[in-house]
Design a protein around this ligand. Structure first.
Ligand SMILES: NC(=O)c1ccc[n+]([C@@H]2O[C@H](COP(=O)([O-])OP(=O)(O)OC[C@H]3O[C@@H](n4cnc5c(N)ncnc54)[C@H](OP(=O)(O)O)[C@@H]3O)[C@@H](O)[C@H]2O)c1
Length: 234
């Protein structure tokens, strides 16, 4: 897809991968709308931030009402990036943590998709990116709640791509390993470090996936750091 003058919507743009994605699409000449709770400091006439907690379907619907009234072009790329993790033993998760994880990481995909998919189907054009995790491929101890959400994102994405490929809509699920962002703030014992993937590189991979030829569909993008614990001791 040619990115110039296309409308790109990204959730969770205050920092990390989402923020890096905003920069990449603005550099490519796209118009970017960020949906989130915390506004990033970006002064670019092609960027618009709409306050939106993606856990709330009414917030998401209201954000898309604004988008539809302010732009006379349809959303070409929808990136479901907003997400978070809580970690611990199964018996220790609180109700609030479980609800926040599933509402943010999983339910929000339904809320955004039902606002963009009907128009994408009508136009037979569009690309949806869902950011899962390698925790959506392999499960780990003390990561049950987060793994559950990301396995769900993987299943939802697979269903979506099979539903939509005949409408010429691409759906790509992204599976990053550890990325050096603020994501680990709720984890004990993992601090971001330079052997993790860099958010800018993950954003580049995603942006490039949205620039492939029309009949070239990357269904899943798994990416991991090469030496996750640093150089091998010789
Ligand atoms: N970092 C990793 O190692 C890693 C690996 C694999 C997958 N991922 C996934 O990549 C995505 C981005 O994570 P990241 O590493 O960039 O983390 P991050 O730096 O913590 O950024 C997360 C973003 O999501 C937003 N967000 C969280 N809850 C939200 C809500 N209810 N409504 C709107 N926005 C919300 C945050 O906004 P606020 O500033 O308002 O909180 C923030 O902008 C997530 O889906 C995560 O699961 C991350």
């Amino acid at each position: 897809m040619e990115l110039k003058d296309k409308l790109v919507v990204i959730t969770g743009v205050s920092k990390g991968i989402g923020r890096a994605l905003v920069d990449q699409y603005l550099e490519s000449g796209s118009t970017v709308v960020g949906l989130g709770r915390t506004e990033p400091k970006i002064s670019n006439e092609n960027f618009r931030f709409i306050t939106c907690d993606v856990r709330s379907s009414s917030d998401v619907d209201a954000a898309f009402d604004k988008i539809k009234s302010e732009y006379n072009i349809p959303v070409s790329i929808m990136i479901n990036n907003a997400g978070l993790g809580y970690f611990g033993f199964i018996e220790d998760y609180t109700d609030a943590q479980i609800h926040q994880l599933y509402e943010t990481n999983v339910y929000s995909i339904f809320y955004t998709s039902r606002n963009v998919v009907p128009i994408m189907k009508e136009n037979e054009y569009g690309h949806i990116i869902n950011i899962a995790s390698t925790a959506g491929i392999d499960a780990y101890p003390q990561v049950s709640a987060y793994c559950g959400t990301k396995f769900a994102v993987r299943a939802i994405s697979e269903s979506m791509y099979k539903e939509m490929r005949d409408y010429k809509i691409k759906v790509t699920c992204v599976y990053p390993g550890s990325v050096k962002t603020d994501f680990f703030r709720n984890s004990e014992g993992i601090d971001p470090h330079d052997y993790m993937l860099m958010p800018e590189d993950v954003a580049t991979m995603i942006r490039q996936a949205t620039q492939t030829p029309d009949n070239f569909h990357q269904v899943g993008l798994e990416v991991r750091p090469l030496q996750p614990k640093g150089p091998r001791k010789k």
